[in-house]
Design a protein around this ligand. Structure first.
Ligand SMILES: Cc1cc2nc3c(=O)[nH]c(=O)nc-3n(C[C@H](O)[C@H](O)[C@H](O)COP(=O)(O)O)c2cc1C
Length: 212
């Protein structure tokens, strides 16, 4: 089949397949604080690392009719900081709970029974239970307008200024994802976990693995 995603429902399927194709998407569990110091936590699967020297990450917030800038986007811009907490399989349910649309200022750590742990270089706390955390300084937002009024998309970029990794997920000097089984988003209401790993060398064997 072929369809033009700008033409509404031209796929002819019961649900839009786009997000099921760009999958799995890692989940950035974004903690921020507002100007008053209120803590916020929410998951974003339009999330990724974009480069590593320096380390830059992004998450994209899609505005809602009653909240054109989601809290994470607004807080990151207003206070200049955010933390990406990495979601292990054990945290899938609390992660999901923190996606509830609640009033600004409601602390989703409390809502989901999570433990806030102070960060080293930024104000937003980290999810203590998470296997790793990326402390970020806000860089910029790129806004993509939507046909639907008030529903623009803000792609928020941050410079990673500090990285925490739990000792128990480092095995022989390498991060072993199988120790925490990262959760990722598929299409519809579906998720997956990383539960197997394989390795492949590069065709140009002159590139040492450690240099990447
Ligand atoms: C696994 C998962 C991934 C999500 N990814 C996104 C996303 O990439 N962009 C987005 O705008 N909302 C996403 N959401 C919905 C937000 O988490 C939800 O709107 C939340 O209330 C936003 O919180 P905030 O306003 O405190 O930032 C996702 C929800 C879940 C459960």
């Amino acid at each position: 089949m072929f369809y033009d995603p700008d033409v509404k429902r031209s796929h002819g399927l019961p649900h839009d397949p786009f997000k099921a194709l760009v999958a799995p998407r890692p989940i950035g569990w974004i903690s921020t604080v507002d100007k008053q110091g209120n803590v916020n936590l929410a998951p974003y699967s339009f999330f990724n690392a974009v480069c590593y020297n320096p380390c830059i990450v992004m998450f994209a917030a899609s505005g809602l009719a009653d909240d054109p800038m989601k809290h994470s986007w607004r807080n990151a811009e207003e206070t200049g900081e955010f933390v990406c907490n990495i979601v292990s399989e054990a945290l899938k349910d609390p992660m999901n709970m923190t996606s509830a649309h609640v009033a600004r200022g409601v602390d989703e750590f409390k809502l989901a029974g999570l433990t806030p742990e102070p960060s080293v270089k930024v104000k937003p706390p980290r999810v203590k239970e998470a296997p790793a955390h990326l402390e970020c300084k806000y860089l910029k937002t790129v806004v993509f307008e939507s046909e639907q009024k008030f529903q623009s998309h803000g792609v928020v970029f941050g410079h990673v200024v500090g990285i925490h990794i739990k000792d128990e997920v480092i095995v022989n000097g390498l991060v072993d994802v199988l120790k925490f089984r990262p959760v990722a988003r598929l299409g519809y209401m579906d998720y997956t976990v990383v539960d197997s790993v394989f390795s492949m060398g590069r065709p140009d064997a002159k590139i040492p693995k450690a240099a990447e």
